[in-house]
Design a protein around this ligand. Structure first.
Ligand code: AMP
Length: 273
């Protein structure tokens, strides 16, 4: 496995291959969620490239950029064991200059849900993903449904900017208790982890109602809020799988999204129905 820190070296590597490239962009502190993406990329491509870069432009002032978990040695080991060919680990100056051309998230879909509470977050996400795509020139790029709005906006960017890349969305991976895996779970105390289980419990509650034939959004929200009693809920929303508003649950075309704060840690979770 090659570790590359220089963008020109990466570009040289990807320019000189005619093989299919599967690309998994990450911010590191890798867990089973990331590994599931890497495994799928490994199964479907001749070359697998993983990037590890904590992207400053997607964090808002006051967010956790400076304390975001870093586990470079463990991450490299995980990549090696998963059969990755190249890990790209640039530093910030390698990826950004000053006074840059920027990308803007779409006005509506980029500024609802997470884009509403974290304005400019998706501008930063799209900026770094486009830069990475240009360096890696992947055949297929793998993203988790854990970040539902993110993968939908990336698909839109690829369509709007005519990028010749297949975006593959992968299932959300949970721990045995149901907690959606996230690098930010490392911030949680044991008590907070228990509290965080209310998030997946609320989604299970929603599933039960829907399986029982209840497609009413308000009723489902109310039931979810009951399960999330005493939790600081930022939003619970139900939208179509294109992030459009819906009047009631539409089977095979709905995402239920939840964002909460547990202590000072912001967590998101969702369910695609
Ligand atoms: P991150 O390192 O948080 O930027 O995530 C890198 C990629 O891994 C993104 O495409 C995420 O959606 C995906 N990912 C993170 N957590 C999970 C999870 N629990 N299940 C599936 N994919 C995930």
């Amino acid at each position: 496995m090659k570790i590359i820190t220089d963008k020109y070296e990466l570009q040289e590597f990807t320019k000189n291959t005619t093989k299919s490239i599967g690309f998994v962009p990450t911010m590191g502190a890798l867990h089973e969620g990331h590994i599931s993406l890497i495994k799928k990329a490994r199964a479907e491509n001749e070359i697998v490239i993983v990037s590890i870069f904590v992207n400053p432009t997607q964090f808002l002032a006051g967010e956790d950029f400076s304390k975001y978990p870093k586990r470079d040695i463990a991450d490299k080991k995980i990549c090696e064991l998963a059969g990755v060919d190249v890990v790209f680990m640039p530093d910030i100056s390698m990826m950004y200059g000053d006074d840059e051309v920027t990308i803007k998230a779409p006005n509506v879909r980029g500024f609802i849900l997470d884009g509403f509470t974290r304005p400019t977050h998706f501008d930063g996400v799209l900026q770094i993903v486009l830069k990475l795509f240009n360096l890696v020139r992947p055949t297929n790029a793998y993203f988790g449904r854990k970040d539902a709005q993110q993968v939908i906006l990336i698909k839109q960017m690829v369509e709007n900017l005519f990028l010749p890349i297949n975006i593959i969305d992968c299932p959300l991976i949970r721990d045995l208790n149901g907690l959606a895996l996230s690098s930010r779970n490392a911030y949680l105390s044991d008590d907070e982890k228990k509290e965080a289980l209310k998030i997946s419990a609320s989604l299970q509650n929603a599933t039960k109602l829907i399986v029982g034939g209840n497609f009413n959004i308000d009723a489902i929200k109310t039931a979810m809020l009951e399960t999330l009693k005493d939790v600081d809920v930022e939003y619970i929303e139900m939208v179509s799988q294109e992030l459009k508003s819906i009047k009631q649950i539409e089977l095979k075309n709905t995402i239920i999204l939840v964002a909460v704060k547990i202590g000072s840690t912001r967590l998101i979770d969702n369910l695609w129905i």
